[in-house]
Design a protein around this ligand. Structure first.
Ligand code: KIV
Length: 274
C-alpha cells in the first residue's frame, strides 16, 4: 500500500512490514504521539510505529495514572494523529475500562477506535486473561498488539512501578502469556520494564516482534513516550530513558524572552505590523 504526500511516494508501514523486519533482524522504532503537530514531525522523522498511548492520560491531561482516560478521549487523540501520518503504522491503546468487562465490550471498543479514528490497530494490556478478547477483536479483522510486564493499567494491583518479573514465577507466567498472545493472533507485543535477559528470551521464543521499554536491547524494537524523550517532562527520569532533547528548558526560555519583549515594547517592531 502506498500514498503520495507533498514530498514523495511513501510506502506505508504495515503489520507485515514489522514481521519482515523481525525476520531480517532490523530493529523497529516506535514512539507515542497524541496530537496532529507532533505526530506529523514524528512521522517525517521516519518512525515505524506511532502509538497513541493511554499515557496521554499522564502527559496530555496531567493525571497521575493511565486509568482516568476515556475511550472518547483516546479516539479524539487518535483522530488527530491519523490526520497527520503518511507512513507510520498507527496503533491506539484500548483504555482502562473499555475491554476488561468481556470480549464483546472489547470488540465494540476496538471497532469504535478503528471506525472513528482511521487507526490501523489497537493495543491492550494483559496475557491469558485477555485471550478471548484478543481473538474476538482479531476475528473482526483488527490487528492487536499485546502488552506484558509493567502494565500501567494494573498499577494499583502492583502497588509500585518497580521492574516486573524478576522472580521465576512471574517470569514463567510472562513467557507463557507471550505465547498465548501469539497464538491468539497478536501481531506484536510490548514488553515493559522487565529484566533484559528475560525480554531477550521472550523475543527469541516467539515469532512475532517484541517492542521493549525498559527491557534492554534484546527485543525486536524499542518504544519511548515522546514527551519523556524530548525532555518536555522533566520529573520522570527512569534509568531506561534516554533524552534526545531538552524542550522544557528550550520552551521555558522562549516564553521568558517573549514575555520580556512584550513588556519592554520590543515586540512587535515596525516590520512585525501592518
Ligand atoms: O501508553 C503508552 O505510552 C504505552 C507505552 C509506554 C508502551 O503503553
Amino acid at each position: 500500500m502506498s500514498v503520495a504526500n507533498e514530498f514523495s511516494e511513501v510506502k506505508r508501514v504495515t503489520t507485515r512490514t514489522l514481521q519482515e523486519m523481525k525476520v531480517k533482524g532490523e530493529k523497529i522504532s516506535m514512539l507515542t504521539a497524541y496530537d496532529f503537530s507532533l505526530a506529523k514531525i514524528v512521522d517525517h522523522g521516519g518512525i515505524d510505529v506511532i502509538l497513541v498511548g493511554d499515557s496521554a492520560s499522564n502527559v496530555m491531561a496531567g493525571h497521575e495514572t493511565t486509568l482516568p482516560i476515556t475511550l472518547d478521549q483516546m479516539i479524539y487523540h487518535a483522530q488527530s494523529v491519523v490526520r497527520a501520518v503518511k507512513r507510520a503504522l498507527v496503533i491506539v491503546d484500548l483504555p482502562f475500562g473499555a475491554y476488561q468487562g468481556n470480549s464483546k465490550e472489547a470488540l465494540n471498543s476496538a471497532i469504535r477506535i478503528m471506525k472513528e479514528s482511521g487507526a490501523h490497530g489497537v493495543k491492550l494490556e494483559g496475557g491469558s486473561e485477555v485471550k478471548e478478547s484478543v481473538e474476538r477483536i482479531i476475528s473482526a479483522g483488527i490487528p492487536v498488539m499485546g502488552h506484558l510486564g509493567l502494565t500501567p493499567q494494573s498499577i494499583y494491583k502492583f502497588g509500585t512501578y518497580v521492574v516486573r518479573a524478576k522472580e521465576d514465577e512471574e517470569a514463567e507466567k510472562l513467557i507463557s502469556d507471550a505465547k498465548v498472545l501469539q497464538e491468539a493472533g497478536c501481531f506484536s507485543i510490548v514488553l515493559e520494564k522487565i529484566p533484559a535477559k528475560l525480554a531477550k528470551k521472550v523475543s527469541e521464543s516467539i515469532k512475532i516482534p517484541t517492542i521493549g521499554i525498559g527491557a534492554g536491547g534484546g527485543t525486536d524494537g524499542q518504544v519511548l513516550v515522546l514527551h519523556d524523550m524530548l525532555g518536555i517532562n522533566k520529573e520522570f527520569s527512569p534509568r531506561f530513558l534516554r533524552r534526545y532533547a531538552n524542550l522544557f528548558d528550550d520552551i521555558h526560555k522562549a516564553v521568558e524572552s517573549y514575555v520580556k519583549d512584550v513588556k519592554s515594547l520590543d515586540f512587535p517592531n515596525e516590520k512585525e505590523q501592518y
